[in-house]
Ligand binder design. Sequence first.
Ligand SMILES: Cc1cc2nc3c(=O)[nH]c(=O)nc-3n(C[C@H](O)[C@H](O)[C@H](O)COP(=O)(O)OP(=O)(O)OC[C@H]3O[C@@H](n4cnc5c(N)ncnc54)[C@H](O)[C@@H]3O)c2cc1C
Length: 491
Amino acid sequence: MKKVYLEEANQLPVYDECDILIVGGGCAGHSAALAAARAGAKNIILMERYGYMGGDVTGGYVIMVPKLSWYDKVFVRGIMEEWFTRLDRIPNATLGPRLDQVGNTDPALVHQWKAIHGCVSESQPQRLVRAVYFEPNQLKIEMDKMLLEERDRIRVLYHCWGTKPIMDGSRVKGVIFESKEGRQAIFAKQVIDATGDGDIFRQTGTPYRALADSNTRSSTTALVWRIGGINWDLYNDWTRRYPEASMALYNAIGKIAGFRCAPLPTSRNDICWINNWHADRDCANIADITETEIETRNTIREVLDYLREACPIGFRNAYLYDIAPQLGSRCSYRLQGEHIMTPRDFAFAPQFDDVIAWHSTICMINDCGPIEIPYRSILPQKVENLLCPGRHISADDVAIDWLTLIPQCVGTGQAAGVAAAVAVADGTTARDVNIRKVQDILVEQNVPLPRHSGTDPSYTECCEAHEYGLYTDLAKKARAEADGLKEYRQW
Ligand SMILES: Cc1cc2nc3c(=O)[nH]c(=O)nc-3n(C[C@H](O)[C@H](O)[C@H](O)COP(=O)(O)OP(=O)(O)OC[C@H]3O[C@@H](n4cnc5c(N)ncnc54)[C@H](O)[C@@H]3O)c2cc1C
């Protein structure tokens, strides 16, 4: 049996009290705080263990948002799109087809964007997709600016680590946290766990699941690093002209590193990022995450030397630009909430009365068509006044791979913030919140929702006209091959 230490009961200072406490300032938590403030909540605390917002997207250098559009409609907007309208003003901070180019099938444009992964649809005729690469440090600055605009309503606590929920029966009424000032408590009417690993909900008694099975993208960790001094256009052209050599290069760097790695474009032609996948690792396990950090750094020089030598056309002058300040966390624990998302939600396009977002999907079984995410997928069972948006959303082992992408995390975060604000204003619980009111506010916040009178009906018409992507050749092929769904899990 593992040795235990019995901690003495002690008194904790109460640091603060608020209406809405958000633990975790990743893209989900950041969106939740902003959306709550914009929905009228006045007393919000956003707590983050590091010294900046964004989590994976800024600190983990995950710098690409895929598939915000389908055909000619941009189904994911709201705070997600706001990042890019704000960053577009800064030179080299974004790269991707413009909003007014979405759906364009002009062969010249399609050819131009094909070099940048994810910017052109796979289905025929090929068209431009709203997919955006962004500069993570510029986003870090912008995320602070967005919060500063709401400084009267949102108090940001950096370098504070939420450790334990404060419970009153089944009701969450605050969180204990650790910081340089010691262990303290914050009381709140509504708590949002946006830690990505369920740090708070795991201690409330609500059902949750551990890591997805080891075939999935979710059960891999990463430490992203970037290479400068490259020429992406030349490298990409080389990969298209010599696919076999390019595959050999890709396999070779995986062998050198000891885990799968891939160079991917950034918003600048002279910099790429190296995404990587350490198989069968849990981003909430101390040994796994320590190994991920050490093994990645330990192999960077060899991978770089090899790239310079094997592909001088792109990497002749390559150098180590930087290493992400934080681990790339894909998945560890996830909620088993009031609705558990499964492949059925992708394969049958169900309609949910409590829909809070259209999903930007990379799931081929419905040809990347947008599906509906219900409020109940961020609502825990058996616990009151707690919401759980972001990459620990309620899903099964397969669907989780399609749900942890940035747009889903931002979208569910935005919805959680609005729902918490409505619950506080109406004096109700998160469970009994007036979902119509939540949906109305989301639409006001530029989130298109199906069947809502404030959303342009052409969105739903687009889904209906293309039968929710279920009957295209690509989707039929994907479903036919989907035994185990492995091929479509690798992102
Ligand atoms: C290497 C990699 C590549 C990926 N590629 C893509 C891609 O190309 N496109 C895409 O859309 N998605 C991609 N993803 C997925 C996507 O980046 C994440 O799922 C998403 O950003 C998660 O957002 P989140 O806010 O839910 O969680 P996180 O980003 O993990 O945010 C959680 C935040 O909470 C903080 N925190 C955690 N615990 C505590 C605590 N106890 N107290 C206080 N603060 C805490 C963390 O520091 C962090 O800031 C990738 C992920 C990885 C790792």
